[in-house]
Write a protein that binds this ligand. Structure first.
Ligand code: 6R9
Length: 660
């Protein structure tokens, strides 16, 4: 039975623990429904009130939502604020100066703590340093950093001076980095000498050099390097500077640059259905508001919590739930440099025990791999650790299958912690559909109901509502403050990708399929409806990988599809036609390895196909379209039962059936 089939029959319901409900920020379903009703009644008034109550505005806004230029919506447009001020200075003023902001644990286990005052001072010093280099409001700065206090400092310092950051995940290749530096028109790159993961030192600065060496980065003036390992690296005179030199002697105060609510706080590149990644542009005011509200609503954050989001700052989850959300609400959070399996697969549980984490937010792929590891080695089973500090769990990045949900609930949460299965996207800025831990009865595998103010729906291809029980496409019918503002440099693509004419041009197309339960109306996400794969919670465009493959001189054609994978959710399967004869046996293995390494070099190791199959050709229609749906069936190892009569070359299917 497929996961979707199991889910349709999933009827286990888990009520939130009574004790949790009693103390929750949103307590009980009635409270949730009342908030939803308030948003329905007066949509703008609902958001305006929240924005006034949560954000410290330098200049209050008078207009809430401007729809004149839809879908280029504007929120709180005449208000002015500074995001870093809201995350740091506000906490100094309200008694949190001496509170621990970050508990940083390095790969090797060393722990460093910084208070809100210390973090504020570091951010101000670096902001002053960036200013002294000539970086100013509106400039773009690429951040290519390991998980570190300094990574957060770099992002916050950009926000402080009104520079727009674009974080590139440390696993991306020189070529991917170069493309992003060019697309963003960055004036500076902030990086580290190396990163440390799983006991290994991996280069970062050398990759920056390689990226710049590929050309086209003339707008780039500075490379600032955080010294993480002390490795021997080359410095380019007049361009490269150590972070410690940039901050040396700088003042620990820095007047924030007040920006309009719509000022772009960051650009974050993500995969879409074409080869070129999209620079998702976010605002300052609306984004910050949602980061704060979802910390309060979904994570029920309280002053005494120790919050831990295991994401990397290179992904949106690390932006909203590490760099911005937790700080804006004055929380104490854990930041982790390493990987869940080093020095052993008990690392997460050990850290929860040691730092007394109360809220733990991770990805299904991590949970599934830790289930496997704890089955192989009882010593790393969560039961072996004292996890009694936990009161709430979260999941993000991909659908969590009911089996993994149950394991997480029983073994990590000891049947006493609600699980927030949070559905959202880079484009949405924060959570969209999720149980509220003190209100929503949970069903394993369902992200349940939209947050108050989020008008999510399931519709057909023409934008008409579908009845519960019928699968369709997931949309959001009204704009919300944290939504994507545009695709950097490509407003037309923004409109086409997210507000297609077929749906009327004004409702947001998420790119996922969904179905609502007939009785409860609960949402279950059925997966992407476009050519985007989700591998270990990382978004990868099939076209991106195909372009990388065909860029190799020996490749004539390539088609990439997703294949269900027990641990990573989906895995990448590539069908490749070479310019020479189809290789078999050892030769095929050898070439497959070369191509895998090639993709790692072109995009990054996360994009490496797990499987590569060679054919004399690909299955095509008479008009020459590759029939990917047939390739998906072949990748799964299933029999083709679909109609193949439109296929020009049916014989090719037999050849591609065989895995190498
Ligand atoms: C936050 C993040 C977005 C895509 C999204 C969907 C999948 C994320 C999910 C989920 C089912 C969940 N996704 N959370 N699917 N249940 N709780 O992951 O952003 O990297 O942009 O990925 O991830 O397919 O469209 P991003």
């Amino acid at each position: 039975m497929s996961d979707i089939e199991t889910l349709k029959q999933e009827n286990r319901v888990f009520e939130p623990p009574a004790e949790f409900v009693k103390n929750a920020n949103i307590s009980g379903m009635e409270a949730y429904k009342a908030m939803c009703a308030a948003a329905e009644r007066d949509y703008e008034g609902f958001w305006a009130q929240l924005a006034r109550d949560n954000i410290q505005w330098q200049k209050p806004f008078t207009k809430t939502l401007n729809e004149a230029d839809a879908p280029f919506y504007k929120w709180f447009e005449d208000g002015q604020l500074n995001v870093s001020y809201n995350c740091l200075d506000r906490n100094l003023a309200n008694g949190n100066a001496g509170k621990t902001a970050i508990i940083f644990e390095a790969d090797g286990g060393q722990v460093t703590r910084v208070t809100y005052k210390e973090l504020h001072d570091k951010v101000c010093q670096f902001a002053n340093g960036l200013k002294s280099l000539g970086v100013k409001k509106g400039d773009r700065v690429v951040v290519y950093m390991p998980m570190s206090i300094e990574g957060i400092v770099a992002m916050q310092a950009c926000a402080r001076i009104g520079a727009t950051h674009s974080v590139v995940f440390g696993g991306f290749s020189a070529k991917s980095l170069q493309e992003r530096i060019i697309d963003a028109g960055a004036v500076a790159v902030i990086t580290a000498d190396e990163q440390v993961r799983g006991g290994k030192q991996l280069p970062l600065k050398a990759i920056v050099d390689e990226a710049i060496g590929l050309g086209g980065c003339e707008h780039l003036k500075h490379v600032v390097i955080y010294q993480r390992t002390g490795a021997n690296i080359k410095l380019v005179e007049g361009r490269d500077l150590w972070m410690h030199d940039v901050v040396a002697g700088k003042a620990t105060t820095c007047e924030p640059e007040w920006v309009d609510a719509e000022h772009p706080l960051f650009i974050l590149y993500t995969s879409g259905s074409t080869g070129k990644p999209k620079g998702v542009q976010h605002s300052s005011g609306g984004y910050l508001l949602w980061a704060m509200l979802t910390m309060k609503w979904t994570f029920d954050i309280k002053p005494t919590d120790v919050f831990w989001c295991t994401a990397d700052i290179g992904w949106v989850t690390g932006h909203t739930y590490i760099t911005y959300g937790p700080l804006a609400v004055g929380a104490t959070q854990i930041v982790f440099e390493g990987v869940p399996t080093y020095p052993n697969a008990g690392r997460f549980w050990d850290m929860i025990q040691k730092h007394k984490a109360t809220i733990f937010y991770t990805a299904p792929t991590a949970i599934r791999s830790l289930i496997k590891a704890s089955e192989a080695d009882a010593d790393v089973h969560p039961k072996k650790y004292d996890l009694s500090s936990l009161r709430l769990l979260g999941s993000v990045g991909e659908p969590i299958n009911p089996e993994a949900w149950m394991w997480y609930y029983k073994n990590v949460g000891r049947e006493n912690c609600p699980i927030a299965d949070t559905f959202w996207q880079t484009e949405t800025g924060g959570h969209m559909i999720t149980p509220l831990p003190g209100a929503t009865p949970m069903v394993p595998g369902s992200c349940t109901l939209p947050l108050p103010g989020i008008m999510a729906a399931v519709v057909d291809e023409t934008g008409h509502d579908l009845p519960n029980g019928q699968g369709g496409i997931l949309v959001v019918k009204r704009p919300w403050p944290a939504m994507i503002r545009t695709i950097w440099g490509d407003p037309e693509r923004f409109k086409k990708s997210y507000f297609p004419e077929e749906l009327g041009g004004k409702i947001y197309l998420a790119g996922d399929g969904a179905v609502r339960n007939e009785q409860t109306g609960y949402f279950t996400i059925t997966g992407r409806i476009d050519d985007v794969l989700n591998v270990s919670g990382h978004r990868m465009g099939t076209m991106e990988i195909e372009s990388a493959l065909v860029a190799n001189p020996i490749v004539a054609e390539a088609a990439v599809v997703g294949k269900p994978d027990e641990t990573t959710g989906e895995s990448i399967c590539a069908f490749v036609v070479l310019k020479r004869a189809r290789p078999t046996g050892e030769e095929a293995k050898q070439i497959a390895k070369e191509l895998r390494d090639w993709v790692a070099k072109e995009i990054g190791p996360i994009a490496k196909p797990k499987e590569i199959r060679f054919g004399d050709n690909l299955p095509k229609t008479r008009s020459g379209k590759i029939m990917r749906r047939l390739l998906r069936v072949l990748a799964k190892g299933e029999q083709i039962t679909q109609d193949v009569s439109t296929l020009e070359n049916p014989a090719i299917l037999e050849q591609l059936k065989q895995a190498q």
